[in-house]
Design a protein around this ligand. Structure first.
Ligand code: SF4
Ligand code: SF4
Length: 358
């Protein structure tokens, strides 16, 4: 009962937030009327004629015809122009060299992390240095974007608002999810800059508490539903107001007052809870959690040699090892931190293919 009440209160606050603080963006005017030719419409809106013809399913020869002569309506033309302009604006805002470099570095660093996990060579010191390095390199040096959370949130917002899917973003999301499929949530655990920042803060010598599994997934489901609802019902990007990745842009105007409060709160909570943003709010956290249940590589216990000391469950910063150890169908988020592997006194946990997936 208490759980339901808590989730209900949380849902109400999320809906209120959607209504009050959501961000809206525009793409400027769409110029189209019945006296214009297809060619003229493309020119007036600054979009390629070929794309407009393709969107309206017309032949090249029809470019010189006026809109009504092509059998298309002003409404149809406006909708196609809008989609083309949205894609153009999204593409223009991207620095492709930076994005590709970031992905290349991610793949290199996650391969290295996976090798260290497989060799059981992770120590607390390695982890702390890596977390600081990830936050500095992928966050403060490369900037907030791209990031795993943004690929999910922005894809939903763009589709809900404009009915447009941006192919490079969908490809990026596919790469992130593929990385989760191969080596558990190593992109979150080792590569994500805001995840790493919280992780580094969590090294503070303060007593730690674990979040219950029902709470983490309950809240993340509500958040994801709120993002979908806001985007599809009102074309809003409400999470943009508190996007913690903006912390890496180092431009105070970019973050905003609410953002600053929220980021500070997440970092403060990180002192006692492991990755509160990831476990409670992040939409990629939830998507990754679903894929993680099928990951090829994950912590694997040799049950015959296990001495049943339960150290792995105790040292795990989430409820993941509890679920893995007791062979639950679904387990909480495993951030591939390697603590269970390095702390097992009998050395019977390996980063390996799970038996049930072999
Ligand atoms: S769950 Fe955490 S680590 Fe993973 S994408 Fe979200 S913020 Fe990053
Ligand atoms: S300690 Fe927990 S989170 Fe870390 S690798 Fe083991 S199961 Fe995953």
């Amino acid at each position: 009962m208490k759980r339901k009440l808590f989730l209900f209160v949380f849902f109400t606050v999320a809906v209120y937030w959607t209504a009050v603080y959501a961000e809206e963006t525009g793409i400027g005017d769409i110029l189209v009327d019945s006296t214009m030719t297809i060619s003229g419409i493309a020119q007036a809106n600054g979009i390629p004629e070929a794309k407009l013809l393709k969107g309206l399913k017309l032949e090249t020869a029809e470019a010189s015809l006026k809109l009504p002569e092509t059998g298309r309506s002003i409404g149809q033309a406006s909708s196609v122009i809008r989609k083309i302009k949205v894609l153009q604006a999204t593409e223009k805002a991207k620095d492709w060299r930076l994005i590709l470099s970031k992905f290349a570095l991610w793949i290199i660093s996650l391969t290295a992390a996976t090798v260290l996990l497989m060799k059981n060579k992770i120590t607390g010191r390695t982890r702390l240095i890596w977390m600081i390095g990830t936050a500095v390199l992928f966050g403060f040096m490369f900037g907030s974007d791209p990031n795993p959370m943004g690929t999910v949130k922005d894809a939903i917002v763009l589709y809900g608002r404009e009915g447009v899917l941006f192919p490079p973003r969908m490809a990026a999301l596919a790469v992130f999810l593929l990385l989760v499929f191969v080596s558990n949530k190593s992109i979150c655990g080792w590569g994500c800059h805001f995840g790493a920042l919280q992780d580094a803060v969590n090294f503070s010598p303060v007593r730690k508490f674990k979040l219950p599994f029902w709470l983490t997934n309950g809240i993340r489901t509500i958040i994801l539903s709120g993002i979908i609802l806001g985007a599809f019902a009102r074309g809003l990007d409400w999470i943009g107001a508190i996007d913690p990745f903006k912390a890496f842009n180092l431009k105070p105007g970019d973050i905003g007052f609410l953002g600053m409060i929220f980021i500070s709160l997440m970092l403060l909570l990180s002192l006692v809870f492991y990755r509160p943003w990831c476990q409670l709010f992040c939409p990629f956290g939830l998507a990754g959690w679903a894929v993680e249940q099928l990951s090829l590589l994950s912590p694997r216990i040799s049950r015959q040699e296990c001495v049943k000391c339960l150290t792995c469950i105790r040292v795990c910063p989430t409820r993941a090892m509890e679920g893995i150890y007791h062979q639950h169908k679904l387990h909480a988020d495993c951030f591939a931190c390697g603590k269970c592997l390095s702390n097992c006194p009998a050395k019977v946990i390996k980063w390996d293919r799970s038996k049930k997936k072999q």
